[in-house]
Every structure is written in C-alpha cells, then in structure tokens.
Write a protein that binds this ligand. Structure first.
Ligand code: HEM
Length: 407
C-alpha cells in the first residue's frame, strides 16, 4: 500500500518562477516598457494622443491612414506586451469613438492584422484585457521610491483624465497588495506537500492579512475615481463585443476573418489573484458564475492561467485541514475565507456606487429627447454579466466554504 503523505513529500514544490510570476510584483509585468522600436513610431504617435483623438472624433480617420506594420520587428516579450496594450486601447477607441450608440463594427486591416498577430504570440484575445490596461500599463516616476499613486504614471490612456489614471493605478496597487498573499499561497501549498503544520499556519495568517490589505487598497478608488466620469466615460471604452446588445454580432477584424468575432470587455474578473485564492481555499461557485469566471481565464496570460490550474490540481487544503484535526489551522483557514468574502462584499459596494447609482443619476440627467444607452446595456457590467446577482452569488458561495469542526 502507498503512503499518501509519502507521495506528497515527493511531489515537486510549487514556485512562482515556473509560471513567470514575479516575487516582487506578482502578476504585474515588472518594469513595463514605455517605448517601442522606431519601426512602430506610427502606433506610438497615435497612442500618445489617444484621449484627444477620441474626444475630437479624429481617431478613426488617423487609424485608417496608419501603415500596416509587421509584428516580426517586435523584439521579445515585453515589446509584445506593450504592442498589445497600444493596439488594444486603439481598438477600443476606434470602436467606441462615437459612443455606445454608434459603435464601429469593422476594424480596419492595418489595426486588426497586427493586433491579432501579437495576440496569437502572447496567447491573449484581440481585445483590451486586464493584463494590458493594468498589468502592463504602469511606470514609476522615481524607481527608487515606493509604489504609491503619487509616484506612478500610466503609459497609455483614453478619455477619463485623472479618474482613468486613478482607476488604473488603484488596480495596479491592488495587484501589488496581493503579492504577499500569492507568496503565502505558494508557501502554504509547499507546507502541505512537506507536512509542515507550522509553516502552513503561518502562511494562512499571512494570506488573511494580504486579503485585508487588498480590501483597504480597493478603498482608494473613492479618493481617485469620480463615479460620474467612470460611468459616463471610462466604462464605455472597457466594453466588449460579446453579450453586448450594442454590438450583438461582434466585430469584424478585416483581413483576419470575414465573420464577426465576439470577445468580452476588460474587467478585473480577468485578474488572476482571486481565481488563485478561490482554487486554493476550495471555494465552489454556482455553475453559471463558474462558467463566466472560467471563461475569463482565457483572457489571462497563459502562464498565469496555468498557475491557477496547478493550484487546482495540487493537494486539497480543506481535506488536509479536516484530516489534521488541528483547530488552529481550521480557524486560520476560516479567517481567510471570511476576509475573502469581506473583500467581495466591499467590491459590491464599489460596483453599486460606480455602476448602479451612477447609472440612475445619469438617467435622471439625460434630457428626454436624447437617446441613451439601452436599458439592457446599463444594467450589465463591463464584462456583460448581470452584475449584482452574479457578484452576490460569488460572495455567498465564498462564505459557504467556511469549515465547521464537525465537517
Ligand atoms: C470602479 C471600480 C470597479 C468596478 C466598477 C468593478 C466592476 C465589476 C463588475 C461589473 C464585475 C462583474 C463582472 C463583469 O461584468 O466583468 C466585476 C467583477 C470582478 N471584479 Fe471588479 N470592479 C471594480 C474594481 C475592481 C478591482 C480594483 C478589482 C481587483 C482586482 C476587482 C476585481 C473583480 C473580480 C475578481 C471580479 C469577478 C468576481 C469575483 O471574483 O468576485 N474589481 N467588477
């Protein structure tokens, strides 16, 4: 008979490096590039003027005149990531330049072909994703000083001014606040593999603190992001062309496919952090929520998705705690679950302020004779889900993971 704990001891240990995750920056791309080689100057010139070009409705004309550039001249991973960021923000601007009632349904070949090419190389979809807008879109003003809003800039922007900057940079700081939690998770998995209860207990306590720090950091949204600007300006450029009544059949990528293609918009549901915590803590979501969340994994860099899958196929923390009969471990586990549910409750209050209340206010302000966005669109999130019931279900299912001594 095999001894299961012997098997655990011989399993390879989990490491961040294997999944290209940084010890210092977690899922954030460390030191993202801010410039591309000279060959790509036409892209970078447009990128540097995007807010103005979109607001003055000149972007489409500029993109139509842009030369078709060859992605083979991109040297290495970090240039590809910057190219994906630049081309995908340009795409959002191109599609939504005239607002959500008049989307552009065909992306011209000089933008569509390089976007699809660089997306294939990176294993990402050809649309703006969290790994562009947040993970690749930050740069320190002074690299010697700590990462805080006053010492950070974004690289590529679209309309939304200081609120857009705040929205992106607060999310960057949320990813940074998750770094100790990701490391604690790796420590915990390895502690189970090595049967070290002390190390596991310490890792769970660290994970709880990191989740609480994420919640505190999320609170900075209130200081830097104006809900009316988020709702009326920023949200539109995050919208995708899947489950979106404004673009019911999707977007034609000229030179790539004659059929329209459908992709969801950018959302922090594409951040790897909470997916990793859910898998590690053994949180089980309803089928509908799980279907959406699993689909969002296709919008992550493939190595980050592989990290989530590795945790999923690793040892079960819940089984380990129950079979250990260790009350301290059980308490520490439950505190992580509660902290995660509290984070999700807090996120619901943020979404209520920035989407639900802001939508009601916008409706009240709109003169009757002007057409507004369809009601279906207003009640949906940037990723196209029926927001509040989805988020509450995800929060409630988190709480159901709480373990009882008798389980
Ligand atoms: C103004 C700020 C924010 C708004 C309005 C917002 C809105 C939303 C919406 C509408 C959804 C539903 C899914 C979708 O439609 O895409 C969602 C999901 C989600 N958001 Fe946010 N969000 C905000 C900030 C953040 C931040 C900073 C994070 C942290 C990384 C975050 C993490 C998540 C996660 C993980 C989900 C998936 C559901 C879950 O696992 O609980 N959100 N968000």
């Amino acid at each position: 008979m095999e001894n299961p704990s012997q098997n655990l001891k011989t399993a390879p240990l989990l490491s961040l490096r294997r999944f290209h995750i940084s010890e210092d920056y977690g899922f954030l791309l460390p030191n993202p590039l801010t410039e591309l080689p000279d060959h790509f100057r036409p892209w970078m010139e447009i990128a540097s003027e995007l807010p103005h070009l979109i607001e003055s409705h000149q972007l489409q004309a500029r993109v139509n005149k842009m030369p078709l550039l060859n992605c083979r001249f991109l040297r290495g991973y970090r240039e590809q990531r910057l190219a994906h960021l630049v081309l995908s923000v340009m795409t959002m601007g191109y599609v939504w330049q005239r607002g959500e009632n008049q989307p552009q349904e065909v992306l011209p070949r000089n933008l569509a072909i390089p976007l699809v090419e660089v997306s294939r190389s990176l294993g990402l979809p050809p649309i703006l994703v969290h790994s562009d807008l947040v993970l690749t879109n930050w740069t320190p003003r002074n690299p010697e000083r700590p990462l805080e809003i006053g010492n950070l800039d974004i690289i590529v922007s679209f309309p939304g001014g200081e609120s857009l900057r705040g929205f992106i940079l607060v999310t960057v700081l949320v990813e940074k606040a998750a770094v100790p939690g990701i490391k604690a998770l790796v420590q915990a998995v390895n502690a189970i593999l090595q049967c070290s209860q002390n190390s596991l207990l310490q890792a769970l306590q660290r994970l709880k603190l990191s989740i609480q720090d994420i919640t505190r950091t999320l609170g900075q949204m209130h200081d830097y992001v104006d809900p009316d600007i988020f709702y009326a300006v920023i949200r539109i450029f995050l919208s995708g062309w899947k489950d979106n009544p404004a673009m019911p059949v999707g977007l034609i990528y000229e030179g790539v496919s004659t059929e329209p293609l459908e992709y969801s918009g950018g959302s922090a549901a594409q951040s790897t952090v909470l997916h990793a915590f859910d898998e590690f803590l053994g949180v089980c979501h309803s089928k509908e929520s799980a279907d959406f969340l699993h689909r969002m994994r296709e919008y992550m860099p493939p190595s980050h998705k592989a990290f989530i899958e590795e945790i999923h196929s690793g040892p079960s923390l819940r089984d380990h705690i129950l079979s250990s009969g260790n009350g301290q471990l059980l308490t520490a586990y439950n505190q992580c679950v509660e902290a995660l549910a509290d984070l999700r409750s807090y996120h619901i209050t943020v979404v209520t302020k920035y989407l639900i209340i802001a939508a009601t206010k916008a409706k009240g302000r709109r003169p009757n004779h002007l057409p507004g966005p369809s009601q279906a669109l207003e009640e949906r999130g940037t990723g196209g889900t029926e927001v509040l019931s989805f988020l509450k279900s995800v929060r409630d299912k988190t709480l159901e993971a709480i373990l009882h001594q008798s389980d």
